[in-house]
Design a protein around this ligand. Structure first.
Ligand SMILES: Nc1nc2c(ncn2[C@@H]2O[C@H](COP(=O)(O)OP(=O)(O)OP(=O)(O)O)[C@@H](O)[C@H]2O)c(=O)[nH]1
Length: 500
């Protein structure tokens, strides 16, 4: 089982005590010659290329093996039709809650099957082999696989190869980013490569304008007044925000005063400044990885204004958690709009995750959270995702609602590990930052999920959130699909932004 939450990322670490960042390294300790300014590539160009070829060959081999693997298929009858089901799991149905004991919400006229908490089942073989699956995926909400008699078979150990990837320039770029983080070619999956390709595409527009113009400006030694103003304009256009822009320019200027760096050297040094901004909010935390803890109940509260991608993010997170080996449950506690509850249920079905919801109008969100915790505890669930309100209009109400939810959790699940994530639409740029500031005042945020990086987002808001609010980016969303969310890696993000 590939645990996406524990994926190895970050530049190959020198021992923590040796890792110095631009602002930490005392001037005399900062590298003096050009060479040592650059991140020393651990591999040569040829070695990177060979690494990429090895990774590609491994992916192809695994794909062939998975295609021929004798499937643990079982015959089963679904609605009168005999189908072969690869490894089906019990289906799950959204479960109602109310002030009275929990009741089920039948999915269809027929009574809903008894809900079981289970990992989502892959599509049955008869769907996978034909393009029916693609058509269905395009046009309809996937319903969980039909109820089968057999227990689900153990998931494959190696990462599953899903995408048909050409060995092209983007593959080599993605492989290089993974190799530079100390990964081995044999443990790279096509999913990781295709995610990095999407991230690089999403930031492509900003990268092309930043890199070309920066290289023209920083090649002549210390930045003169005009150069500073040009870089300032570039960073502000990329939504980096004034505070982070000032920090970046002053740190870069200090370095360039010591020595004139060639354009590539200056860009490499700029990358270390940007990574340092993104990593700084993690500095005082124990474990920089953001993952559900095993053997306890993890409760993640998702908040954010309507339209930023909160519901979509909940569905994607539930899917990612289950793919990574964590059992998951969703509580639809954003009861302000009935439509929001309905939407959460849709994502529950798509990700094969049970949803605790209350069909009543204007239900007390805390009641839904209470029922969600009770259901999670009775089923020994690893991760409870709570869709909380996102109305900024009335800060006081929002604050009271979130505080009440926290009180319910403290009472009902005192030993749960509670995290609070703010969902931000990266295309909102500085407006998103202002939203984050308000939420940061009313909710004890553990971090931010940046969504819509595949759209017109420039990406700079990540630096503004880290620098101004001292909040870490925990996940990024780059598409409307259930696979389009991954844990954030500052190394990968900065490479996608500046490594042309
Ligand atoms: N391109 C793109 N669209 C996204 C992404 N995340 C969400 N969306 C779209 O943004 C729109 C709003 O997403 P929702 O998840 O409904 O947003 P919400 O915050 O729950 O907002 P409400 O539904 O109004 O409560 C939908 O059309 C999503 O498909 C993303 O990463 N990329």
């Amino acid at each position: 089982m590939f645990n996406w939450f524990r994926r190895q990322t970050g530049t190959p670490s020198q021992p923590e005590e040796q890792k110095q960042t631009p602002e930490q390294a005392p001037p005399e300790a900062q590298p003096t010659d050009t060479e040592s300014t650059k991140e020393e590539p651990s591999l040569t160009q040829d070695e990177y290329l060979n690494w990429a070829k090895t990774a590609f060959a491994n992916i192809q081999k695994r794909k062939a093996q998975q295609a021929q693997a004798p499937s643990e298929s079982t015959e089963t009858v679904v609605e009168g039709e005999t189908v072969t089901v690869e490894s089906a799991a019990e289906t799950t149905a959204p479960i109602a809650t109310s002030s009275t004991p929990t009741v089920e919400i039948p999915e269809t006229e027929a009574a809903a099957p008894k809900p079981e908490t289970s990992a989502p089942s892959p599509a049955p073989a008869w769907m996978r082999k034909s393009d029916r699956l693609e058509i269905l995926k395009e046009t309809a909400i996937e319903t969980p696989a039909p109820k089968a008699k057999q227990k689900p078979v153990a998931p494959p150990v190696a990462p599953t190869e899903t995408a048909d990837l050409p060995f092209d320039e983007e593959f080599v770029w993605s492989a290089r980013v993974l190799a530079a983080q100390g990964r081995k070619p044999e443990d790279i999956s096509s999913e990781e490569i295709s995610w990095l390709k999407r991230l690089r595409q999403g930031l492509g527009k900003t990268r092309r304008s930043l890199v070309n113009q920066l290289k023209a400006i920083v090649g002549q030694g210390p930045l003169n007044r005009d150069a500073v103003m040009e870089i300032e304009a570039l960073l502000l256009q990329a939504d980096v925000g004034l505070e982070a822009t000032d920090y970046i320019i002053s740190t870069l200027q200090n370095r360039l005063r010591e020595e004139a760096l060639p354009p590539e050297g200056a860009i490499e040094y700029l990358k270390t400044i940007l990574r340092d901004i993104l990593d700084r909010p993690l500095k005082n935390l124990g474990d920089p990885a953001f993952a559900p803890e095993k053997d306890i109940l993890n409760i993640w509260l998702l908040t954010g204004v309507n339209g930023v991608g909160k519901t979509t993010t909940i569905g994607k997170l539930a899917h990612l958690a289950q793919k990574s080996g964590y059992s998951c449950l969703i509580a639809a506690a954003d009861t302000f709009r009935a439509a929001a509850v309905e939407q959460v249920k849709v994502w529950g079905e798509r990700s094969g995750t049970p949803v605790i919801a209350n069909p009543g109008k204007n239900t007390d969100p805390a009641a839904v959270v209470y029922d969600g915790i009770a259901a999670a505890q009775s089923r020994n669930i690893d991760l409870l995702l709570v869709d909380t309100a996102g109305r900024l209009q009335n800060k006081k109400n929002l604050m009271e609602e979130l505080a009440k939810i926290r009180r319910i959790i403290d009472k009902k699940a005192a030993d749960a590990k509670v995290e609070s994530l703010l969902v931000l639409d990266a295309t909102l740029g500085q407006n998103g930052l202002r939203q984050a500031q308000v939420f940061a005042e009313v909710a004890k945020l553990s971090g931010v999920v940046l969504t819509k990086l595949d759209g017109t987002a420039k990406g700079g808001v990540a630096f503004a959130v880290a620098q101004q609010l001292n909040l870490p980016i925990r996940f990024i969303g780059a598409g409307e699909g259930i696979e389009d969310l991954r844990p954030f890696s500052s190394y990968e993000f900065v490479e996608a932004l500046l490594n042309g």
